[in-house]
Design a protein around this ligand. Structure first.
Ligand SMILES: Nc1ncnc2c1ncn2[C@@H]1O[C@H](COP(=O)(O)OP(=O)(O)OP(=O)(O)O)[C@@H](O)[C@H]1O
Length: 298
């Protein structure tokens, strides 16, 4: 299947500071991809590179097989909803839709009007008079009505309350399923992504720490708890992602494709949040003694 996003050694520097470093990624088409990481991790930088708003300092990126922003035909295939879901405060919803129709060759006006009606929004209302949640829904409608092959959203729900977050994600999921477009969306909260994303990219300190299919990642990671043990004494093939110890007990989150036979361990599943936190709290350069920093591509 074609990659919607493919990066090789991608990096972007602002002045002397690297906002994204050595990013190698393959994001397959037909997925809802969650890009998660703490503030300043490089999420906006990666999404700005993917939407062609900035150029790489090093490496390459292709989106839907082409260089981002390479021409009008490519721009028409990629929708982008920027952070803070910008709209024109003085323009009405109807005027936003007219603008969308003028700027986008594949614009689906019936779809846009239907979505606005379903949201119960008055087309004559100015965007500046909408609530944060309504403005986010308007920006999402503009993105969806463009009929993109890929919709990129940068922290679309950051300013919304829990109910508005839920509604936004629901609308996005339904539209992605109905219209069969791929989605890449960023958040610094795993809870926004937990029920919606089937592919995950974890970005920390300008580096990709983890990338893969959510089901596969959850199946490959385990929490093991048992008598205190040095990480070096774990079985070969058990890669330590995080470790915590008390005087007598050790708890590890490990990645392994092999069954865990050692009866000393109590083995439990990890949640997506456990997994993300484990990779986020893991220093990039210090994998467990002598073992390489783990990056998974599935
Ligand atoms: N235009 C810019 N000029 C200088 N530095 C920048 C610029 N944009 C981003 N940076 C820096 O690059 C790093 C990554 O920023 P980026 O906005 O990509 O992170 P983020 O993960 O999207 O953060 P947040 O969750 O806070 O939005 C940060 O250290 C930031 O200060």
């Amino acid at each position: 299947m074609t990659a919607v996003l493919r990066a090789r050694g991608l990096g972007r520097r602002y002045g002397r500071r690297w906002a994204l470093t050595d990013c190698t990624l393959d994001v397959p088409a037909g997925h809802v991809v969650g890009l998660v990481g703490p503030n300043g991790a490089g999420k906006t930088t990666l999404l700005s590179l993917a939407s062609g708003q900035i150029a790489p300092t090093t490496g390459d990126i292709t989106v839907l097989g082409e260089t981002p922003g390479s021409g009008p035909a490519h721009l028409a295939k990629v929708g982008f909803v920027a952070q803070d879901t910008p709209t024109y405060a003085r323009l009405s919803i109807a005027e936003h839709l007219r603008l969308g129709a003028r700027l986008n060759p594949g614009w689906d006006d019936a779809l846009a009007r239907d979505r606005i009606a379903r949201l119960g929004l008055d087309p004559d209302r100015r965007a500046g008079r909408l609530s944060g949640g309504q403005r986010a829904q308007l920006a999402l409608t503009l993105g969806i009505a463009k009929r993109p092959e890929l919709l990129i959203l940068d922290e679309p729900v950051a300013a919304l309350d829990p109910l508005a977050r839920h509604e936004f994600m629901q609308v996005l999921m339904e539209a992605a399923a109905e219209q069969e477009f791929s989605v890449v969306l960023s958040s610094h909260l795993v809870s926004d992504l937990e029920r919606t994303c089937d592919h995950l990219v974890v970005l920390v300190d300008s580096r990709v720490r983890l990338s893969g299919d959510v089901e596969g990642l959850l199946a490959a990671h385990h929490r093991i708890t048992g008598p205190r043990r040095d990480p070096d004494r774990l079985a070969a093939g058990q890669h330590v992602v995080s470790a915590s110890h008390t005087d007598r007990q050790s708890t590890f989150i490990i990645r392994t494709d092999d069954p865990i036979h050692d009866p000393a361990w109590t083995v439990s599943q990890v949640s997506l949040e456990d997994l993300v936190l484990a990779y986020m709290s893991r220093p990039a350069e210090t994998a467990s003694a002598g073992r390489p920093v783990l990056e998974i591509q599935r």
